[in-house]
Design a binder for this molecule. Structure first.
Ligand SMILES: Cc1cc2nc3c(=O)[nH]c(=O)nc-3n(C[C@H](O)[C@H](O)[C@H](O)COP(=O)(O)O)c2cc1C
Length: 195
């Protein structure tokens, strides 16, 4: 099979999101200027830079308007990336509902808020880790707003550390495959990098 990306846009979406897998999920909390706490998952999410520490996520700009997350980030220049472990999978999915800006997904999914240290938006209470971010830049990339945030504080739950360091083996993270399909790590393996 071969695909010319300019021929069939639906197929391009399926091809990109069906093959660039598994994608980590940034569960983004923001606070609107009106004070509503918004929460939504974004699987176009990753690390961009270590010095300074920059994370990215990339909402699609809908024809009928920007997502609430994008509006809030552009207006308030702050957000939190919450990690999604298996225990939060169902709640994360609930928060992808398209609610009006006046309604909070925290309440819709019955999630508790925990205060952040350096930014206004709250984080999801009990998550394995949360990155508090200040907006670094928003780039218009085709149909998406590419949001870059500088990490100004990280909170890590003690039970996913060993000897004071993050221990990925203790992290029951989920990744997004295609559509409603997700994965969970149950078969890790190790390799030494060549010199
Ligand atoms: C696991 C998962 C990952 C998602 N990733 C993205 C994404 O990367 N970009 C995007 O535009 N929408 C993505 N969505 C859809 C948004 O979460 C959804 O449109 C949500 O309602 C946006 O909320 P907001 O308007 O409160 O920001 C994803 C949905 C799920 C369930």
């Amino acid at each position: 099979m071969h695909i010319d990306p300019h021929e069939d846009s639906h197929s391009v979406y399926r091809t990109l999101t069906g093959l660039v897998v598994p994608r980590p999920i940034g569960w983004i909390s923001t606070r609107s200027e009106a004070g509503v706490d918004n929460l939504a998952p974004y699987s176009f999410f990753n690390v961009v830079s270590v010095d300074p520490p920059i994370l990215m996520f990339s909402p699609v700009d809908r024809p009928d308007g920007l997502t609430d997350t994008t509006v809030n980030v552009r207006e308030t220049e702050e957000f939190v990336v919450n990690l999604v472990t298996h225990e939060f999978a169902e709640a994360m999915n609930q928060t992808s509902a398209e609610l009006p800006p006046s309604e909070s997904e925290f309440d819709h999914a019955d999630l508790e808020r925990a205060p952040s240290k350096r930014v206004e938006p709250p984080q999801v209470a009990g998550v394995a880790a949360a990155f508090e971010c200040e907006l670094h830049d928003v780039l218009d990339v085709g149909s998406n707003s590419l949001v870059l945030g500088e990490v100004v504080w990280v909170s890590v739950r003690d039970d996913i550390t060993t000897s004071g360091k993050v221990d990925t083996a203790k992290l029951d993270i989920i990744g997004r495959l295609s559509g409603g399909s997700y994965d969970r790590i149950d078969n890790r393996f190790e390799m030494e990098r060549p010199d």
